[in-house]
Each structure stands twice: as structure tokens, then as C-alpha cells.
Design a protein around this ligand. Structure first.
Ligand code: MN
Length: 283
């Protein structure tokens, strides 16, 4: 199943080049009281929501996908976790280019571990990336994003993938410079998720997906998730050895080689096989 959020926080069921408005499926969500949970309510109740989607889709109003404004498929992630330099060729290019490493030591992911991005940085494809520091180099990074479905604490490799609700295309937009990663990558609109959530049962093998990102039609990044240094299951094992993952937490698995600068006015097109395609403007 492919589930999107669109226009004015509508819930959509993606069906080919159409989207069915299944917002009323959210009626199954439990009422909330302050303080609100620190996880995503829709993902935490995804099995019920999916059942309701199937029911309400029959009579649902349908739109052309090209006519709707896509939002982040995850509305309220508690954490956005990201893996640095998790493809060997990207590690090599980062070490070779002073404009990327800025005298920061680029160590292997096994030594650096993971970092967190502010949840306030998250937008959907229709919302554009807005360059905050036009005087500094700002790079695109396409990544496979795994969305956690169920609470996961110190899980084993064998258990890990069962905690994944689904997958999206993720952008980890990055201003280059000497500061900590979490600062440079947490700027408003510097995390993009889209075009929709593809549930895990619709992804045969997340460790063999083609990723491709073009800027202005020029291919910049093209790779396959089989080349991840630390695969998705082991990233979850690693993350949950430090903190509990909750429904809706986003795990950005790292970008492959080919990162490069983006400028206002440019257009990024991204595709991950089986997960769809999305277009994101740079402002
Ligand atoms: Mn990244």
C-alpha cells in the first residue's frame, strides 16, 4: 500500500497516477490529550488505519496525482536519525574534497555512529527546499528512508526489519562547513520525505533498491542500496543499542556518491525503485 498526505493534510491512497482521498480513515485514531505522544499517531496505529483505508477507498473521491500538493508522508516523527557516510564511494569523495570535509575528520560510520536532525527541518516535496545560506555550499543528498512502525529497544538483527512500517525517498540537504552535522542539516526544509509511504509489505527487498537523483535533468547520484556499508537491519540494531525507536521515527540510511551543490531556481527529481518519484524545487 502507498499512503500519501496531500493538500490541506488530506490522507491519500495512491493508485497508479491517481490518489484517493481516504482522510476519513483517520477517524480510527484514538483521541489525544496534552501532553501529546512523542511518536507519530498515524504510524503507531497503521494496521487499523490501513483497514479503514481499504474500507473508505471504495467510495472515495479521486484526484490526479499531478494535481495535488504532496506533504511529508510522516506528519509527526519523534526523531529523524541519519547515517553519515554510509556508502564507500561517498566516503572516498568526502575525504578527497576539502569543500565537503572542511577539515572535519571523515571517519567510517562504525566510528562516527548516527546523528539526529531536528524534526522542524521536515517538509514534503511540494514545499520546496529553501536555501538559508546562499553564500555557502549547500548539497543534495538522496537517501533511502526507513520509517519505524513499532517500538524498538535493543533489537537483534533478526528482529530489526519487522519494526519497519515502510519506506520513502529522503533528502538530507546539507550546508557544508565546519559545524556539527546536526546543525548544518537541521535547517528548515533541509529534510524532505516523499512522495509517499510505501508499506514494508510492498517492498520485496529494501537492500536492492536503485536510487537516482537529477538536478535540472542532469544525473548527479545513481546507486543501489546493496552498496550500503551498514545495511538497514544493522542500522536499526545500532540505533536501538543507544535509544528506543518509536512509531514514525525516520531513519535516513546515508547518501551515495555524487553529492553536489544546489542553487535557488533549480529542480531536483528523485526516484527510488518501487517507492516512486518526486520533484522538489530549490528556492
Ligand atoms: Mn546524509
Amino acid at each position: 500500500m502507498q499512503i500519501c498526505r496531500f493538500n490541506d493534510n488530506r490522507l491519500g491512497l495512491v493508485d497508479g497516477d491517481k490518489v484517493k482521498d481516504v482522510t476519513s480513515a483517520l477517524d480510527v485514531l484514538p483521541a489525544q490529550h496534552y501532553p501529546l505522544p512523542t511518536h507519530d499517531l498515524m504510524i503507531a496505529n497503521l494496521p487499523h488505519v490501513r483497514e479503514a483505508i481499504t474500507t473508505v477507498a471504495k467510495g472515495a473521491k479521486s484526484y490526479a496525482l499531478s494535481d495535488v500538493r504532496l506533504l511529508s508522508p510522516i506528519a509527526n516523527p519523534g526523531k529523524i536519525i541519519a547515517a553519515p557516510v554510509n556508502y564507500k564511494k561517498h566516503l572516498d569523495e568526502a575525504r578527497a574534497d576539502p569543500q565537503i570535509h572542511h577539515q572535519n575528520q571523515i571517519a567510517e560510520i562504525q566510528r562516527v555512529g548516527l546523528f539526529l536532525k531536528a524534526t522542524s527541518s521536515l517538509v514534503g516535496p511540494s514545499e520546496s527546499v529553501t536555501i538559508r545560506h546562499p553564500d555557502r555550499r549547500t548539497d543534495h543528498e538522496i537517501e533511502l528512508a526507513a520509517i519505524i512502525g513499532t517500538r524498538a529497544d535493543r533489537v537483534t538483527r533478526e528482529q530489526a526489519l519487522a519494526h519497519v512500517a515502510g519506506y520513502c525517498i529522503g533528502f538530507d540537504i546539507t550546508v557544508r562547513g565546519p559545524e556539527e552535522r546536526s546543525l548544518r542539516k537541521s535547517i528548515d526544509s533541509y529534510t524532505v520525505l516523499g512522495p509517499w509511504l510505501t508499506t514494508a509489505d510492498s517492498v520485496a527487498d529494501p537492500s536492492s533498491l536503485d536510487l537516482r537523483l537529477t538536478v535540472g535533468g542532469e544525473v548527479r547520484q545513481q546507486a543501489n542500496t546493496r552498496d550500503l556499508i551498514i545495511g538497514i537491519a544493522d542500522l536499526i540494531v545500532f540505533a536501538t543499542s543507544f535509544y528506543t525507536l518509536m512509531p514514525g521515527d525516520v531513519l535516513l540510511t546515508g547518501t551515495p556518491e555524487g553529492v553536489g551543490p544546489i542553487k535557488p531556481g533549480e529542480v531536483m527529481d528523485a526516484t527510488i525503485s518501487g517507492l516512486g518519484s518526486m520533484r522538489v524545487e530549490v528556492r
